[in-house]
Design a protein around this ligand. Structure first.
Ligand code: 4AZ
Length: 267
């Protein structure tokens, strides 16, 4: 699907891309960063996350990623869900890097809250309420100000490891640098600057999220050394192309709305 075009928010739900998360990785062999060990991690082709490294990572059965916002709520992308209301069709898999691990925690959804006003442009966030709490798994706090909307970010997912590639059994991870709004707007005139944040290697490409990584978190450490979620994998033109960074929902912009939505879902 859409291997060569702009991957819209709807693409994940639409199809093949469905798996989940973003794998951020480097996509093509020809677009890899130079082997500079001091630069971005050698994610060319992506590197595997360790069990427990990103414990709040969730895989959703429609083929998206997500993050555990609370014991009973997963934060994902609006384009990964069909709308708001009762929904028992989604299964969240948590607690494992290997989706086939017998220790995987699998919980069904009861309800979905898609961002109010979502129409396919911006506002790409949604909450999924779970039928049972996921216990003993750390949650991922969201950024409540734009203080962390800079620097280097982590991304992870079970999505494609290259444009048009397969979804992954094992969670992959990568690091991508912040791309400022002006630069990103140059790449994507449609960018909704206040609601979206971009990341990627503008010059070389080679590291990125991709089909099926949608809905998963972009994260970094806060000043106290704790993980904080700054983005939600949303869209981009292809994967890991030079000059075409990944576009992420700017979580801090929606923090109050997300919190309110979670309250409405009962925490
Ligand atoms: C997707 O379809 C997708 N390169 C996610 C991220 C990006 C492109 C597509 C960014 O899930």
């Amino acid at each position: 699907m859409n291997t060569f075009g702009k991957t819209l928010r709807r693409s994940v739900a639409a199809g093949a891309v469905a798996l989940a998360a973003f794998s951020l990785q480097p996509l093509s062999a020809q677009a890899q960063p130079a082997p500079d060990a001091s630069a971005a991690p050698p994610v060319v082709g992506g590197t595997r996350a360790e069990q427990g490294e990103f414990p709040w990572m969730v895989r959703l059965s429609m083929g998206c990623g997500g993050a555990l916002y609370s014991k009973t709520i997963v934060l994902t992308a609006a384009h990964c869900v069909d709308g708001s209301g009762p929904d028992t069709s989604i299964t969240a898999t948590a607690g494992v890097v290997d989706l086939q691990d017998s220790n995987a925690i699998k919980v069904k959804s009861t309800e979905v809250l898609q961002a109010p006003g979502y129409n396919g442009t911006g506002k790409d966030w949604a909450l999924i309420k779970l039928a049972q709490p996921i216990e003993n798994v750390p949650t991922l706090p969201i950024a409540e100000s734009n203080a962390y909307d800079k620097g280097e970010f982590g991304v992870a997912g079970w999505g494609a490891d290259k444009e048009g590639g397969n979804q992954q059994r094992y969670l992959l991870k990568a690091t991508v640098p912040f791309v400022d709004d002006g630069t990103c707007k140059g790449a994507y005139p449609d960018l909704v600057e206040g609601e979206e944040i971009c990341a990627g290697l503008m010059d070389t490409g080679g590291v990125d999220t991709c089909q099926g990584d949608s809905g998963g978190p972009m994260f970094r450490k806060d000043d106290g050394g704790a993980w904080v979620q700054v983005g939600i994998v949303s869209w981009g033109e292809g994967c890991a192309r030079p000059g075409k960074p990944g576009v992420y929902t700017e979580v801090s912009h929606f923090a109050a709305d997300i919190k309110k939505g979670a309250d409405e879902l009962g925490g």
